[in-house]
Design a protein around this ligand. Structure first.
Ligand code: G3H
Ligand code: 13P
Ligand code: ZN
Length: 337
């Protein structure tokens, strides 16, 4: 099976009422962990690479690892997505490299830090949509900026998504999926206690979904940061401070209100780091990298398989025939004709 369009995965998820995890990768072991978890749970998957991941791997290594993944797991529909593209040029280069989906994050300027204005966001996102849809590639946009309501991390400025502006943004850009800012942030330190409605604005998801029932909503910063994974890291010499992530039941609530893509990176990082620390501490004389990379891969597989089940994508890998990007191109051309 070739890599498939993310739009198709999300349309199917909407029809089936489930969410699809979008898991970040930087190396072969992470791709293997996700594909094994997908096979174990029979899940369609979104694999995503940040700009940092693309430069760490080099695009060609990444693309060929992904080609190996689709060859070795022919029963699994896989979309390859650019996470947080900072400019049209980044998104266009991802498309040229074979990505089937891109995020144009025009909520920030191209430094990836400074909050951008609405007009800029519309302009760069529309430019990417025109380019991407002409070749059948999916586009995710973002409105509002991430960062905890509580402690102001992320861009440093928190702008929750305004539901009325979201309607205008989707109309003006023609995006397939909309990332919304509801108080989450990237990384391990999201909340200092279990989040409630004061710091995690799940009500916004419901409001936006009511106004935009056919737009696929995306939750970023959605690792749950399980205490068990932090405990393993700290038991073996790590120093992760007490922290809270996004509870799975809040994500499940989001899925009932239009969330179709859930971004998870930190939980994989925690699982891998804990397993490596443990393996090294338990056998200090060992120096074969496989002795710690194998348990690291297995630990990531375990957490990903758990999320696939919790998000509801498990069991849906074989539901549909993947459409080619050429078919998707014709679909977009028909939609705008
Ligand atoms: O967007 C955040 C993801 O966790 C990727 O992080 O830029 O360190 O690869 P990264
Ligand atoms: P986490 O840091 O919560 O895993 O979020 C990842 C993310 O949103 C990637 O775009
Ligand atoms: Zn993100």
């Amino acid at each position: 099976m070739a890599m498939v369009s993310m739009r198709q995965l999300l349309d199917e998820a909407a029809a089936g009422g489930y969410g699809v995890g979008a898991f970040n990768v930087n190396n072969m072991e992470q791709i293997q962990a996700i594909m094994e978890a997908a096979r174990e749970t029979s899940s369609p998957v979104i694999i995503q690479a940040s700009r940092g991941a693309r430069s760490y791997t080099n695009d060609r290594f990444l693309y060929h690892l992904m080609e190996a993944a689709v060859e070795l797991y022919p029963e699994i529909p896989v979309a390859l997505h650019q996470d947080h593209g900072n400019s049209p040029a980044t998104c266009i280069s991802a498309i040229e490299q074979g990505f089937t989906s891109v995020m144009m994050d025009g909520s920030l300027l191209d430094d990836g830090k400074t909050p951008a204005d609405f007009a800029y966001n519309i302009q760069v996102t529309r430019e990417v949509v025109e380019h991407a849809h002409a070749v059948g590639v999916t586009v995710e946009g973002e409105l509002g900026t991430l960062g905890g309501i509580e402690d102001g991390v992320g861009s440093g400025e928190i702008h929750l998504t305004d539901p009325d502006q979201a309607v205008e943004f989707v109309e003006q850009t023609g995006i397939d999926a909309l990332a919304v800012a509801i108080g989450t942030s990237h990384g391990a330190y999201k909340f200092s206690r279990k989040p409630d409605g004061k710091v995690l604005a799940m009500n916004l998801i419901q409001e936006i979904h009511e106004k935009l029932p056919t737009t696929h909503l995306v939750m970023h910063g959605s690792s749950s940061v399980p205490k068990e994974l932090i405990d393993i890291i700290n038991e073996y010499g790590g120093e992760i401070r007490p922290t809270w992530g996004v509870p799975v039941e809040e994500i499940q609530l989001g899925i009932r209100h239009g969330v179709r893509k859930i971004n998870v990176d930190t939980d994989s990082r925690l699982a891998i780091t804990g397993a490596i620390r443990k393996a090294m501490a338990e056998d200090p004389g060992e120096f074969d990298p496989r002795s710690y990379l194998k348990p690291a891969r297995a630990a990531m597989q375990q957490v990903i398989a758990q999320r696939m089940t919790q998000f509801g994508q498990a069991g849906h890998a074989g539901d549909y025939e993947p459409r080619s990007l050429t078919e998707m191109r014709d679909f977009y051309a028909g939609a705008t004709a």
